[in-house]
Design a protein around this ligand. Structure first.
Ligand code: NAP
Ligand code: G4F
Length: 352
């Protein structure tokens, strides 16, 4: 029997890698996509085909985590075996600017999905397994290294909302016996990372400065430390959690922490530049409350899931730099040939 998966946030970084993984395992994959005024499927265009043509079994459904009815209808249409709730307003600094919307998508959105699943299982019977995308941001100010046993102390509206979603998941597991796994994932990046997260902002800028397309990079706090892994490795952990006999929660991390400054130094060194000649401080990128030090202990995932990261920090930054150099070179060539508009994905750097 072909397994069916439903992914919220399929158009995001993790959604795209998870779709590749599940298609490779023979799943039929369905995704929830928000309506946008332009095409917003860049990350999955290589997987998604016009439904009239033969191609990988990936189907998209319009829906939104702020719209519980749409979620319930999609469950009836898809009848999934596994659900991965990756949809979120996922930017920490932005969550201070739009806290209510962040809570609506991240916290109440997870609750809406759980209620829809509970209703679906109640009326249709059968078993549905749900992965909830939790975050190391829930640990916030808790001392490193952080594991499943570490008490949470979130430091942003995003972190608080993810923590509410985490506890909703635990509660629905205990109250209704739903199979819900909370992944507590530390930062994970890739060439498909959104351009306003620090890793991608830095690798894009280093590449564009190298190609003469910009001169300066404006950043906030360089002292914060993060445990950065590769998104392609982390989606495997999501899938593994849902293949266990019992639903549990898992920390997923590399166990290595680096500062933002180390990331910047490495990225600029990769393109042969001295970072301090190009990086300027801009206080607009500071958060009202910062998370200083995240370093995960993924011992439980190693033992129980057999999961370990395959990609190290240096390899990750090299992969991202290689990708962004390609984009910057395309942009430079097009500009040289007189085209005003850069290729999509290489748009002129707006330093959000
Ligand atoms: P991302 O690239 O920002 O993708 C977020 C996805 O959520 C996008 O597909 C986005 O759609 C969708 N979305 C946003 N608001 C929505 C709404 N109201 N209804 C339905 N979908 C909505 O995030 P990511 O890096 O792939 O992360 C995946 C999940 O893991 C997120 O929940 C994130 O908070 C969590 N997480 C990420 C990390 C990390 O380091 N990457 C670490 C821990 C946890 P559009 O494409 O239309 O914007
Ligand atoms: O790349 P960031 O924006 O990621 P952050 O805040 O750690 O959140 C990411 O990881 C979480 C897991 O812990 C996810 F749940 C969340 O969805 C997201 O994927 O910032 C990393 C660090 C911060 O300390 C920030 O203050 O980089 C610092 N930073 C310094 N200058 C900057 C900048 N961050 C951004 N985005 N932009 C800057 O200019």
């Amino acid at each position: 029997m072909t397994k069916r998966a439903l992914i919220t946030g399929i158009t995001g970084q993790d959604g795209s890698y998870l779709t590749e993984l599940l298609v490779g395992k023979g799943y039929e994959v369905h995704g929830v996509m928000r309506r946008a005024s332009v095409f917003n499927t860049d990350r999955i265009d290589h997987l998604y085909h016009d439904p009239h043509l033969p191609g990988p079994p990936v189907r998209l459904h319009y829906g939104d985590l702020t719209d519980g009815t749409s979620l319930r209808h999609i469950l009836d249409a898809v009848r999934p075996d596994e659900i991965y709730n990756l949809g979120a307003q996922s930017h920490v600094l932005v969550s201070f600017q739009i806290p209510e919307y962040t809570a609506d998508t991240v916290a109440v959105g997870a609750l809406r999905l759980l209620e829809a699943v509970r209703d679906f299982v109640g009326s249709r019977g059968g078993a549905v397994r749900l992965y909830q995308a939790g975050s190391s941001e829930m640990f916030g100010a808790a001392p490193a290294p952080q594991s499943e046993a570490t008490p949470f102390h979130p430091r942003s509206p995003y972190g608080v909302s993810k923590l509410a979603a985490h506890w909703y998941g635990v509660n629905y597991r205990e109250a209704y016996g739903l199979f819900v796994c909370n992944g507590i994932l530390f930062n994970h990046e890739s060439p498909r990372r959104g351009e306003t997260f620090v890793s991608r902002k830095v690798t894009r800028a280093a590449a564009r400065i190298k190609e003469g397309l910009q001169d300066k990079l404006y950043l906030g706090n360089l002292e914060a430390k993060r445990d950065w892994g590769f998104a392609g490795d982390y989606v495997e952990a999501m899938w593994l959690m849902l293949q266990q006999d019992v639903a549990e929660d898992f920390v997923i991390a590399t166990g290595e922490a680096r500062s933002v400054k180390e990331l910047v130094e490495l990225a600029f060194a990769e393109v042969g530049l001295e970072w301090s000649n190009h990086v300027e401080f801009d206080p607009r990128y500071l958060r009202p409350t910062e998370v200083d030090f995240l370093q995960g202990d993924a011992g439980k995932a190693r033992q129980r899931l057999g999961w370990r990261p395959k990609t190290g920090f240096v390899e990750l930054v090299r992969m991202m730099i290689a990708h962004d150099l390609d984009l910057a070179r395309q942009e430079r060539m097009l500009k040289g040939a007189g085209y005003a508009a850069p290729p999509r994905g290489a748009a002129t750097l707006k330093q959000h």
